[in-house]
Ligand binder design. Structure first.
Ligand SMILES: NC(=O)c1ccc[n+]([C@@H]2O[C@H](COP(=O)([O-])OP(=O)(O)OC[C@H]3O[C@@H](n4cnc5c(N)ncnc54)[C@H](OP(=O)(O)O)[C@@H]3O)[C@@H](O)[C@H]2O)c1
Length: 277
C-alpha cells in the first residue's frame, strides 16, 4: 500500500477532495505556491526530500478558452509539468498517478469513448493535456492516467456553481447539443483512491455513470436545489466560444480493475446536499 504520498495541485477541486479521501496515509499536499510542477528543479527537490512511494498530480491549467490565446501557459502546466513529475519519479521507480480529460477526444463519435479509443484533440487545452499523457506514458512505466470530465465540487470554479449563481436571473440559457459525463469531484477522488494500490498501470476513464447535456445537467441542479428559474435549451451555434467544445465526449470504461462511480444524478444530489449544508 502506498503510505507516503506527494500530492501536487493540492489546492484545486480534486486536490482538496483527495486530501480527504487519502487522509489515512502520510500525505504531503503541495499547493501551487508550494510546488510549481513546471519547474524540474522544484519537482526533483520535492521528490528527493519527501521520498514518496506514490506521486499524485492534481495540478493543471484548466482555462480552456484562454488556452487558445496562450497555448504556452497550457503546455507549461499540462505537458511540461507532468513530464517533470514523470522524470523525477521514473528514475526512483515511484508510481505516478496523473489526471487527464475527455477533451483529448474530438467528440465526433456516436458512442461513449473507452480507454483504447484514439485521442484526437481539437483545442490547445486538449492538445496540451494529451502531450502530458504522452510524456507520462513514455517516461514512467509505473503510471496511472485517469481521464475524467465535467468536474464540479461544492467549493470551486465550475459550471455547477456558475449556473446556480445565475438562478436569480429567473431564466438561463444552456447548451443542449453537447453531451458529456458530469462528474462530482468527491466521487472521483474515491475512485482514484481505489486505484492507487492496484499496481495495474495504464489508462482509466473514471466518471459518474450515464450521460447528460449541459442543459440536462443544469436542469437537474435547479430541480435538486429547488431553484425557481427557467432553464432554456440553446444550440452550440447560438453560444459560440473561443475553444470548440466536443459535441459528444461521454466516457466509459472497459479497463480492469473496474472503477465505477454512481450515476451523475447521484452526484447532483450529493452536491445539492453539500450546498444546503
Ligand atoms: N475541471 C474540469 O471540468 C476538468 C475536466 C476534465 C479533466 N480535468 C482534470 O482534472 C484535474 C483536476 O482538475 P480540477 O478541476 O481540480 O482543477 P482546478 O480546480 O483548476 O485545480 C488545479 C490546481 O492546479 C494548480 N496549478 C496550475 N498550474 C500549476 C503548476 N504549474 N504547478 C502546480 N500547481 C498548478 C492550480 O493553481 P491556480 O489555481 O493557482 O492556478 C489549481 O490549484 C486536472 O488534471 C484537470 O485537467 C478537469
Amino acid at each position: 500500500m502506498a503510505r507516503r504520498i506527494l500530492l501536487a495541485g493540492a489546492g484545486g477541486q480534486l486536490g482538496r477532495s483527495l486530501r480527504e479521501v487519502l487522509a489515512d496515509r502520510e500525505l504531503h499536499p503541495r499547493t501551487r505556491d508550494e510546488l510549481d510542477i513546471a519547474s524540474l528543479d522544484a519537482v526533483r527537490d520535492a521528490v528527493a526530500q519527501i521520498e514518496p512511494d506514490l506521486v499524485v498530480n492534481a495540478a493543471a491549467y484548466n482555462a480552456v478558452d484562454a488556452a487558445e490565446e496562450d497555448p504556452e501557459a497550457a503546455y507549461s502546466g499540462n505537458a511540461l509539468g507532468p513530464r517533470n513529475l514523470a522524470v523525477a519519479t521514473a528514475g526512483r521507480a515511484i508510481p505516478l498517478l496523473h489526471v487527464s480529460t475527455d477533451y483529448v477526444f474530438d467528440g465526433r463519435g456516436a458512442r461513449p469513448y473507452h480507454e483504447y479509443d484514439r485521442p484526437a484533440p481539437r483545442t490547445a487545452y486538449g492538445k496540451s493535456k494529451l502531450a502530458g499523457e504522452d510524456a507520462v506514458r513514455s517516461i514512467n512505466p509505473r503510471h496511472y492516467i485517469v481521464r475524467t470530465a465535467w468536474l464540479y465540487h461544492p467549493d470551486g470554479k465550475n459550471f455547477a456553481n456558475t449556473i446556480v449563481g445565475l438562478a436569480d436571473r429567473g431564466e438561463v440559457r444552456v447548451v443542449s447539443d453537447q453531451y458529456g459525463s458530469p462528474t462530482y469531484v468527491p466521487h472521483l477522488a474515491t475512485g482514484i483512491a481505489q486505484l492507487v494500490d492496484s499496481e495495474a498501470y495504464g489508462t482509466y476513464h473514471i466518471v459518474n455513470a450515464g450521460e447528460a447535456s449541459w442543459f440536462d445537467f443544469a436542469s437537474a441542479l435547479y430541480a435538486e436545489l429547488d431553484l425557481d428559474a427557467a432553464v432554456l435549451p440553446v444550440s452550440t451555434a447560438e453560444f459560440p466560444r473561443p475553444a470548440e467544445r466536443p459535441r459528444y465526449s461521454v466516457l466509459t470504461s472497459i479497463q480492469q480493475p473496474r472503477v465505477e462511480l454512481p450515476h451523475w444524478k447521484d452526484g447532483v444530489r450529493a452536491f445539492a446536499a453539500a450546498k444546503r449544508g
